[in-house]
Design a protein around this ligand. Structure first.
Ligand code: B16
Ligand code: MG
Length: 210
């Protein structure tokens, strides 16, 4: 690994909470009679909770006040958290865990850079509480991806320059954020096709070849 630090996105990279986000947003959208599908859900990857709600409400005829939006977002989050409690260490794949262990053995510092305000709960559920050298998430930022703030904070927490860190992302907004912050970006899934991705990955363990 040619980088001193690796900053991992959480949802879509380390684990797959996207299905729970979908179920919870779908229930909320159905309750208020707003159309929502998997394609719209894809636009929510890496995007903050309130910005995600604004994307969903593009399909609504009613204009919601900020107070009403807060209630909708809270309702979705309560359902989402109930679903997160079903997660166990079995939701962390052997490939992801052994790849991260090998990166650490080679001297790399490891961090999380996630937009989620539920990051600590998710890490606890999958058995990674206390595993990372730094955790930067939705609770310590003002601007969410594609703004680079979450990754810049992660690099700062690690004591490293962005140029010495690799960001691993599944979201287009996440690669945009990495590029804006001066980081190299490794893309998984949809993000592997981003025109500015530094390294497209077929699978997570490809990181061991960089
Ligand atoms: P929360 P990531 C992101 O996580 C999700 O991809 C995105 O869909 C979600 O809206 C966002 O976290 C905020 O999540 O409601 O838990 O604060 O991909 O940046 O790890
Ligand atoms: Mg993601």
């Amino acid at each position: 690994m040619n980088y001193k630090g690796v900053i991992f996105d959480l949802d879509g990279v380390i684990c797959f909470t996207d299905k729970y986000h979908y179920q919870a947003w779908k229930k909320m959208a159905d309750d208020i009679g707003v159309y929502f599908d998997e394609k719209i859900n894809n636009r929510l990857r890496g995007v903050s909770r309130m910005a995600s709600l604004d994307i969903i409400l593009e399909r609504s005829e009613k204009i919601y006040s900020q107070a009403e939006k807060n209630i909708l977002a809270d309702r979705k989050n309560e359902l989402y958290k109930t679903l997160l409690h079903q997660m166990t260490p079995a939701d962390l794949s052997d490939e992801v865990k052994s790849t991260m262990d090998k990166l650490r053995e080679s001297g790399c510092k490891l961090a999380i850079g996630s937009s989620s305000r539920n990051t600590k709960l998710i890490l606890k559920q999958i058995g990674l509480e206390g595993y990372f050298d730094a955790v930067s998430d939705g609770t310590n930022i003002v601007h969410s991806k594609p703004d680079p703030e979450v990754f810049l904070k992660a690099a700062e927490f690690l004591g490293l320059d962005p140029a010495d860190c690799l960001v691993v992302e599944d979201a287009i907004a996440g690669i945009d954020a990495a590029v804006a912050g001066g980081f190299a970006g490794a893309g998984i899934g949809e993000a592997a096709g981003h025109e500015k991705v530094t390294y497209p990955l077929n699978t997570f363990s490809d990181l061991l070849n960089l």
